[in-house]
Design a protein around this ligand. Sequence first.
Ligand code: ADP
Ligand code: MG
Length: 589
Amino acid sequence: MPGPAHIRLLSDEVINKIAAGEVVDRPASVLKELLENALDAGATRVTVEIVAGGRKMIAVSDDGGGMDRDDALLSIERHATSKIRDVDDIEDVATLGFRGEALAAIAAVSQFTLTTRTAAAEGGTEITVAGGKIRDVRDEGCPAGTRVQVRNLFFNVPARRKFLRSEQTELSHVRQVFLLYALSHPAVGLALRVDEREVWRLAAGATLNDRLLELFGPGTISQLRPVDFRAGELWLHGYAGIPSLSRGDRSDQYFFINGRPAGAPLLHFALSEAYHTLLPRGRYPVLYLFLELPPGQVDVNVHPAKKEVRFRNTGAVRDAVIEGLRRALGTTPAAPEAAPIHPLASVAPPAEAWLPAIRRDQPPAFAYPRLPMAPAEGEAPAPGPSGSPAAAPAAGPWAWCRVLGQVGGLYVVMETPDGVVLMDPHAAHERVLFERFMKEVTAHRVNSQGLLAPETVALLPQDARRVREQLDLLRDMGFGLSEFGADTFLVDALPVCLGNVSAAALLAEVADTLERAGARGGTERWAEEAVAQASCKAAVKARDQLAPEEIEELVRALAATGMPYTCPHGRPTVIFMSFGELHRKFGRA
Ligand code: ADP
Ligand code: MG
């Protein structure tokens, strides 16, 4: 445990260079500052107490380094900090706080009590402040560490107090802050008491996996994929939700930059790129992402509450986030050494592992690799032994499935040991073709099939222009293509994996996609759009009646994809309903 650090007043020059800001606007922001101080003080256990949504009381107790009397008195002065000396230190700041403003600001607008003792000192100090005025300083017996109690926030600023929301609203902000630090510091034991009732007691010494499991339970954990990607000095790690875990807003996206909860608009862009073909518009993935980079590469001093950061090399960060997520989600084949072997990543085992295990009962049932969807009732996977959040049980709901047929001339109905699955064959086929084709395109190894009878395709002028501009990409995609005068092209070969499809329809569709994707730029994105479109065109039609063997093949191929849950446009390919859910609906216990 670090010893007490000595506190210095910053020079005026330094003070002016540091962007001052409103630090405290509601109970949650008080909690944020107090938690950061406790963590900066090296605490291993922290207890948070909240009364009436924090309007009546917010208290944080830690077992960190504590302060002697002089430092305790100095700590509530404005711009008193032990964490930096000079403005240059901000560049490499490793602590969560550094402006020396928080305690002074909080003490100025509340009834404030600081009780603290260093491990070496026999007795501690208690300082009582009300509205910024010191009321009392005395010796006080207390455990080593610090407790800060903030009562009646804004009692002397009625205008601010009026702006506090209901207890419930303030409490939900408080809980969100608690959650953020519980995630960013899994090794620190954290307890939360709300109105004298213990809401959370999170064990000390935990890993991120333990903590996620404790906070969100196995249902969420089983839908997360591990992220672990390094590029130069950047390291992106944590967990990314598969599409079935998506939300209607960004509230379940957690970012930590060098251990500090933070956002950056740049990250939102990177995310939508990474999940581009996986989620429909308006759906947001669940993420717990940690980005580590040299402190000098990131500016944390742009936002008063340090909620937003700026990166020196934005391109590198964006690319690392996109690539790291894509690998985690299986949409980009990982370099062998970068592929974490993980029980949750068992969506696409080598085909040989399960292909021969077909059980040809009547009606046909066949082996099927487990998809990590929400676990069935009472089947919560246990925490994994070696740092994995949760191990998927070997014989899960998808160990086999039995095709019952097609309903509505469209959806395939299947039974699994644990529930019923509905599959949209068109969406499923699209996903299969998309991944196959994308793999070939990125590897520049598209198998192209010469046409017996070359087709001429006349395009609209703007489509023709786009095709002309993208001839190289289209040839990379396996189109045998040459100009045939005016806006007409001769197609003499097509990508094999797309099967039997009319060259004319396909090319017109792809050209149209390229046209629409144009504004978004980026060859890779064009390729992806074009491939998605081509896959859609080539996939079985929604209304096609499929033979049992065709369905079986489709299910197998879908299971072998990196991301079997959605089509490239983000629509679901399968919907699962567990027997547990059915039992509940039928009112069975
Ligand atoms: P900052 O965290 O930006 O330095 P604060 O006003 O939050 O500014 O805190 C001022 C100083 O008080 C800190 O630099 C630290 O030395 C000391 N301090 C505050 N809280 C604690 C704590 N819980 N344990 C030990 N020292 C603390
Ligand atoms: Mg602080």
